[in-house]
Design a binder for this molecule. Sequence first.
Ligand code: HEC
Ligand SMILES: [Zn+2]
Length: 347
Amino acid sequence: MKYLAFALFIFANTAFADFRVVFQQPKNPADAVVFRLLGENHALEEFVDTLSRGIQVPVRVPIIVRSCGAPNAYYYPQDRSVTMCYELFSEHFQVLQRKFGNRLSSEEVAKAVASEFLFALLHELGHAVFDLHQIPILGREEDAADQFAAYFILTVKSYSILQHAPIYMEAFKYGLFDKLVRGKTLYSDEHALSEQRLANLVCWGYGKEPQQFQEVAIAIRMSQHRASRCAKEYAQMERSIRSLLGDKLRINSHGQPFSPVSMESANAIGSMLQQYKCLACHDVNARKIGPAFRDIARRYRGGDVEQQLIFNVMAGSTGVWGEVPAPGLHNIPEVDVQKMVRWITSL
Ligand code: HEC
Ligand SMILES: [Zn+2]
C-alpha cells in the first residue's frame, strides 16, 4: 500500500508537469530543412527533457513546433503552450545562407540557426515560467526572458548556443533580423534592438566565464568599459533569478546536473527506499522519526552537499534535525546511498 502511494506520488510529480515537444509536419520545403535540423537524433526532445528537470512548472507546457504561415515564436497564456514557428528559422536560414554562403559552410549556418532556435525557445519558456509562477518583474519582460534564457544556458553549460553569436552579429550588421521581422516600428517594439540583446547575452557569458567568451566578446566589439562590469552584472542576475524562482529552479549554481531522475529510476529508487527501510523513519512530505525528504531537499537546495549527505546517512548523525539520532547504515552500498541522496535532493 505504502509503496503504491509512493509510486503514485512520483508519477504525479514527474510525469505530467513538464515541458513536452510536439512536432507537427512542416507545410513547405523550406520549413522541412528546420524540421530535419531539430528532429535529428531527438536532440530537441533531450534538451527539453533536461529543462523539465531543471525548472519546476505546475502544469504540462506543450511546445508546439509547426508551420504557422508567418515567422513567429510565442507563449500563449490562455492554454499555457509555447509555439515555435518553422518560418522564423527557415527565413533566417535562407537569409544567412544568401549573405554568407560564400564564407560559411551550410553546416555552420545550420548550427547557428539551431542555436538560435534553442535560445528563442528558452526565451519563450521564460515567459511561460514568469506567468505560471506569477514571478514579479521590473523593467521589460522581454529583457527578463533573455536573462532567464541566458542563465539557463550558462548554468547547464550549453555554451555552444552562445558561441554562435558572431554569426548572428554578421547578420545584425546588415540590420537583417530587425528589418525582416519588425520593419519601421523597430523603436517602439517591446524588445530591445537585436544588437543590444546580443551584446547583453555575450556580456553575461563573459561575466560568468571570461575565458570561454573572450573571443566572442571581441568578435561582437564589446567595449572595455562594459566588459569590465560583466562579472558584476552576471552575479546580480544570478542572485535575482535564484531568489525569485526559489525552489522552482532545480539546478545548483555550479551547473551541476539537477539529479537526473527518470520515471524508471524514480521507481527503482522507490523500491530501494523500501528495501533499506528508510521509509520506516522517513516520508516524502511529512516528518516522521526523521525529517521529510522534501524538507531535506529544501534545506540543501543549491548547495554542494552530496558527499556530506552520503557520509551522514552511512555514518549516522544527530543534532542536524533535532534530538533523535539517525542510525548508521554501513551495510548499504555507497552507490545506492548516492542514488537515494540524489533523488531526495532533487525533490
Ligand atoms: C531509524 C530511523 C531512520 C532510518 C531507518 C533512516 N533514517 Fe534517515 N534520518 C533519521 C533521522 C532521525 C534523521 C535526522 C538526524 C539528525 O538530526 O542528525 C535522518 C536524517 C536523514 C538525512 C539528512 C541528513 C543530514 O545530514 O541532513 C537523509 C538524507 C536521510 N536521513 C536519508 C535516509 C535514507 C536514504 C535512509 C535509508 C537508507 C534513511 N535515512 C534511514 C532516521 C532514520
Ligand atoms: Zn518575448
